[in-house]
Write a protein that binds this ligand. Structure first.
Ligand SMILES: Cc1cc2nc3c(=O)[nH]c(=O)nc-3n(C[C@H](O)[C@H](O)[C@H](O)COP(=O)(O)OP(=O)(O)OC[C@H]3O[C@@H](n4cnc5c(N)ncnc54)[C@H](O)[C@@H]3O)c2cc1C
Length: 353
């Protein structure tokens, strides 16, 4: 039982990757090693004071999990609060608040053929999955389809090419550039369903991967999933990680309803302490809970990062979106509280289990 909390970690290296992205490596002191142990494909939530505001965002770990190095890759988004700060102001020696790794975009390495479709910064968890498993499972191989705008915007290009040199028989790397002509039109354009189908038929065939990992923009992930499922792959063999599913809801936290009529009694447990409040069912449980327990863990508020995961112990809730929990977690009663609304007059959630 452990509620994730932020720890200040020292940045030991900030390495420019492209004009608009950096790799940031943290020092994990010995006493935090166990807490910061991770599986390839997991992510951390990072918090910083950006222009006077407490800004927290999730970043996938992009390192070989066998080495245990804690490194993330951050790509600047136009107007993006955290990514602009990190790519222009963050330097070695700074202390940054980081939460221990979480996430289900992971793999139990087996001697099979894996596939990945990634775009832009979506390569970060894929790099970790690929480098870790190629090393630890000599019987596995990977096909990675990686989309970018242009050759100079490809994050971790040298590292990916290095992996290809090291494992020439076991890593097939297919670059697709949307704003540059490749050697044939097949390698240019966006990765949509048609492009993926063509690549699967002409470049990846005949030995199609048996398990897939998708990470990139929402439309790309959904298109790839649809194509793979139509080709007969069962949904649980296709994993996806979404970085962004819509604008964040920055509206202020809703007030506690006046009177009991139509309201729900919410009880939440965090760090062994229970708190009760009243909320309206149209409000997300996380928002109602934050009003009384400001220390609750959360990050994306979009159903993607799983930081606000809790277990429903009593009552029923409806989860609007879920890009982060796997089937058996949902079956065990876990929900993303940022996406959950009460269906019963009383709901009890536990953030500690
Ligand atoms: C599980 C998880 C792992 C992630 N891993 C990485 C990673 O390894 N590397 C990385 O660079 N990012 C990653 N992200 C995205 C990251 O958390 C931030 O969303 C991103 O850096 C933008 O934050 P910002 O503060 O700069 O932008 P904001 O100030 O939040 O947003 C600026 C503008 O961009 C829009 N926007 C926000 N995020 C995105 C997005 N990802 N794509 C398109 N538009 C967006 C907003 O609606 C707004 O209009 C991950 C997200 C999740 C949930």
């Amino acid at each position: 039982m452990r509620t994730p909390v932020f720890h200040p970690l020292r940045v030991i290296e900030v390495t420019p990757l492209t004009d608009d992205s950096v790799a940031v490596t943290f020092d994990v002191p010995d006493q935090l090693r166990r807490e910061f142990a991770y599986q390839a494909g997991q992510h951390v939530t990072v918090k910083a004071d950006v222009d006077g505001s407490d800004v927290r965002r999730s970043y996938s770990i992009c390192a070989n999990a066998n080495d245990g190095k804690l490194r993330v890759g951050i790509k600047r988004l136009p107007g993006g609060a955290f990514s602009t700060w990190a790519t222009s102001h963050l330097v070695a020696g700074a202390d940054v608040e980081v939460m221990p790794p979480v996430g289900e975009f992971t793999v139990e390495a087996r001697p099979i053929h894996y596939g990945a479709v990634a775009a832009g910064s979506g390569i970060t968890p894929v790099l970790s999955l690929v480098s870790t498993t190629l090393e630890s499972e000599p019987g596995c191989r990977w096909t990675v389809i990686f989309g970018n705008r242009s050759a100079d915007s490809v994050m971790f290009l040298d590292e990916l090419e290095g992996l290809k040199d090291r494992y020439p028989e076991r890593l097939q790397l297919i670059h697709i550039l949307s704003r540059e002509q490749g050697i044939t039109p097949l390698f240019s354009g966006r990765i949509d369903r048609e492009k993926l189908a063509e690549l699967l038929d002409r470049v990846v065939a005949p030995a199609a991967p048996e398990e897939w990992f998708l990470c990139g923009p929402f439309e790309m992930v959904m298109a790839a999933r649809a194509e793979l499922e139509e080709r007969g792959l069962s949904p649980e063999l296709i994993r996806d990680e979404l970085f962004f599913a819509g604008p964040l809801d920055l509206s202020t936290l809703p007030p506690e309803p006046e009177g009991e009529e139509g309201s729900v009694l919410l009880t939440l447990t965090l760090d062994g302490r229970s708190t009760t409040t009243r909320m309206r069912p149209e409000v997300a449980i996380l928002d109602a809970a934050l009003r009384v327990r400001g220390e609750l863990p959360y990050s994306c508020k979009g159903g993607m990062c799983a930081s606000c995961k809790a277990r429903v112990v009593e009552g029923e809730v409806k989860m609007e979106k879920n890009w982060a929990l796997v089937e058996n977690e949902v079956a065990a009663g876990y929900v993303l509280t940022c996406q959950s609304h009460p269906l019963t007059d009383a709901v009890v959630v536990d953030y500690d289990v």
